[in-house]
Design a protein around this ligand. Sequence first.
Ligand code: FAD
Length: 495
Amino acid sequence: MQQTEQGPIIRQRQRELVQALHQVLPKHSILYHEEDTRPYECDGLTAYRQLPMVVCLPEDEAQVQAVLRICSRLQIPIVPRGAGTGLSGGATPIADGLVLSTAKLNRIVRIDALARTARVQPGVRNLAISEAVAGHGLYYAPDPSSQIACTIGGNVAENSGGVHCLKYGLTVHNVLRVRVVLMDGEVVELGSDALDAPGLELLSVFVGSEGMLGIVTEVTVKLVPKPQVAKVIMASFNDVVTGGNAVAEVIAAGIIPAGLEMMDKTSSRMVEPFVHAGYDTDAEAILLCESDGTAAEVEEEIARMTAVLQQAGASAIAVSQSEAERLRFWSGRKNAFPAAGRISPDYYCMDGTIPRKRLAEVLTGIAVMEQKYGLRCANVFHAGDGNLHPLIMFDANQEGEFLRAEAFGAEILELCVAVGGTITGEHGVGIEKINSMCVQFTQTELNAFFAVKKAFDTAGLLNPDKAIPTLHRCAEYGRMHVRNGQLKFPDLPRF
Ligand SMILES: Cc1cc2nc3c(=O)[nH]c(=O)nc-3n(C[C@H](O)[C@H](O)[C@H](O)COP(=O)(O)OP(=O)(O)OC[C@H]3O[C@@H](n4cnc5c(N)ncnc54)[C@H](O)[C@@H]3O)c2cc1C
C-alpha cells in the first residue's frame, strides 16, 4: 500500500493538531516533518506503508491524557505504537492520523519480589523485565521471539505468545492489572493486584484488543521463579506427518512441555547456515521439546518424552547436555524469521492456529498450495498449542508475487478455519487479516465486537479500520474472493 500525497486538508489539520499538541507536550516530543515521521511509516508488516500526519512521544500518563483529549476534540484518529515489531499491521499509520509512540514511557516502576509482580510502563521491552528481576531468581514467562525489542504494551495489545506459553500461558494469563487512558482522557484500571477484581472481568476483554479500546500506560505482570534446570530434546522425523502426529502424542501422554516447537526441513536448512544450531538438516521435520523444573522433575520428564517420541516414530533424538547446548538448539528456532530474510528478498509470516491433531493434514495442504502459487514456504511453529507460522517467500520486485503471497496466506488461514482453528494465534488481526475475519465470524459476531469497541471508544478514533471488518468490507470480500484469483479489494471507508 502506498502513502498518499499530503493534500491541503491534511496539511491544515496537521497545523491545527501540532499547534494544540505544543500546548501540552515538549517540542521534542512532536514530530511532523517527513524526515522525522518516515521511521514510523510501517511496523513489521512492511508491505503496507503510510506516512502519519503527526507522531507524538508523551513522557508520562498526564501527557497521554492531554493528547487523547485534543484528538477527541479535533476528531483525529490515533494509532498507538510500541516498538513496531507487530506483524499484522496493527501500528500501520493513518494518513490523517496521529501515531502515539510509547517509546518514552519506558520505566520499570516497581518490582515486588515477595508478591512476584512487576509494575512497568508500556514502553518497557519484554526482555528488559526478565533482566531486571533476574537478581531475584524470577522472570516474565511469555517470550515472543521478538522479546529483545517488543514492548509490554504491544504484548498486551496483541495478547502475545512465545515458546514458553504452552506451559505458562499467554500474555493474558500473566498480566494482573493494566492502567488505560480512554479516548476522552479518563484513566481506568482493569484487573487488580490480586487474582480477581470486583466488577466485570474487563481485563481479558482489553488484552488482545489491538490498540482499539484505550492506551495502556502501566502494566502489572506476574513473575515466575526461574526453573533450576531446563533441558531440550531435539527429535528428528523422516516425514512431517509423523512429526505432526508426535506432537499430539506428547500432549495425549499428559505431558505439558515447557516448549514444544516444530520446524520443517526448509526451515532447518534455512537457519542452520545462519546460527549453526546443530540441527539435523536431513530430517523432514524436527521437534524441540523442553522440560524445566527441579533436576529430578526434568530427568523424569525428559525420559517420558523420549519414550513417547520414539514410540511415535522419531528417527533420531538428541538431548541438550549443557545450558549452552540448550540455548544453541533454541537459537535456530528463535532466529527463523531473520534466517528467512537471508534466503529470500521478502517473506510473509502467517499466523494461524489449528487443533493439534490436524497438524499433519494442514502441513500437507500447505505443501499443495506451494505448488499452486509457485512460492516456497518454510514452516516453523509453536506446535504444542497448534500455532502455525508459515513463512511464505517471495520477491516483491517480481510482478504479481506479492499478490500471490497474500492469496497463499489467505488460503492457509481458510484451511485453519476449515479444520476447526482460528485465523490468528498471537500476531493479531491488524490490517493483514481483516478480510479473514469475514471467514471466521458471522456478521452478528462482528457487530458484537463493534459494540464492545463503541462502549470504550464511541467516536471510533482509536486504531480505526483495524481488526474488525465492516459489513461492507465483508460483502466486498465475498465478491472479490482471493481464491478466485482476483485482487485484494481497495481500502474502504472506516466505520
Ligand atoms: C522477528 C519477530 C518475531 C516475532 N515473534 C513473535 C512471537 O513469538 N510471538 C508473538 O506473539 N509475536 C511475535 N512477533 C510479533 C510482535 O513482536 C508482537 O506482536 C509484539 O507484541 C508487538 O509489540 P510492539 O511493542 O512491537 O508493538 P507494536 O508493533 O508497536 O504494536 C502492536 C499493536 O499494539 C498496539 N499498541 C502498542 N502499544 C500500545 C499501548 N501502549 N496501548 C494500546 N495499544 C498499543 C498497536 O496499536 C498495535 O495494534 C514477532 C515479530 C517479529 C518481527
